[in-house]
Design a protein around this ligand. Structure first.
Ligand code: HEM
Length: 128
C-alpha cells in the first residue's frame, strides 16, 4: 500500500530515478531541432546538475535548488509558447516512459507547469 506521507520524489524512486529522468529528458530536448539552438552556448554539465536540483526540489526531495531564479534565467531568450509546448511535451513523454503510473505523471507535470509563465517572455506579441 502506498504511504500518503511519502514525498513525490520518494514515490517515484528518489535520487537515482530523478537523475535518470532528467538525463533522458535533456537528451530529448537537445535532439529537437526547434529547441537545440537555445542550448548551443550552455555548458550542459552545469545545466544538468542545476536541473537535477530543481526537479528534485520541485518534487519535494531532500534537496535545495541553488540555481538562478527561473524567470531571471529565461526572460529575454525569446522563448515562446511554441517552444514551451515542445519542451513540456518532451517532459511528458519522458515521465511516461519512466513512470507509467498516470497519477504520478500528472502530479509531476503539474509541479513543473507552475513555472511555465516564468520562462516565457512577458511582452505581448511574441507568440510566433
Ligand atoms: C517550466 C519549464 C522550465 C523549467 C522549470 C526550466 C528550468 C530551468 C533550470 C532549473 C535551469 C538552470 C538554471 C541555472 O543554471 O541556474 C534552466 C536553464 C535553462 N533553460 Fe530552462 N526551464 C524551463 C523551460 C525552458 C524552455 C522552454 C527553454 C527553451 C526552449 C529553456 C531554456 C533554458 C536554457 C537555454 C537554460 C540555460 C541558461 C544558461 O545558459 O545558463 N528552458 N532551466
Amino acid at each position: 500500500m502506498t504511504q500518503k506521507t511519502q514525498s513525490l520524489y520518494d514515490r517515484i524512486g528518489g535520487e537515482e530515478a530523478v537523475a535518470g529522468l532528467v538525463d533522458h529528458f535533456y537528451d530529448r530536448v537537445l535532439d529537437d531541432p526547434e529547441l537545440e539552438p537555445f542550448f548551443r552556448y550552455t555548458p550542459m554539465e552545469k545545466l544538468r546538475s542545476m536541473q537535477l536540483e530543481f526537479f528534485a526540489a520541485a518534487l519535494d526531495g531532500p534537496v535545495k535548488y541553488t540555481g538562478q531564479p527561473i524567470d531571471y534565467i529565461h526572460q529575454g531568450r525569446g522563448i515562446t509558447t511554441k517552444h514551451l509546448t515542445r519542451f513540456m511535451g518532451h517532459l511528458l513523454m519522458t515521465i511516461r516512459e519512466f513512470h507509467p503510473n498516470e497519477k504520478e505523471v500528472d502530479e509531476m507535470i503539474q509541479r513543473i507547469s507552475t513555472y511555465a509563465d516564468d520562462v516565457l517572455d512577458g511582452a505581448p506579441g511574441d507568440s510566433e
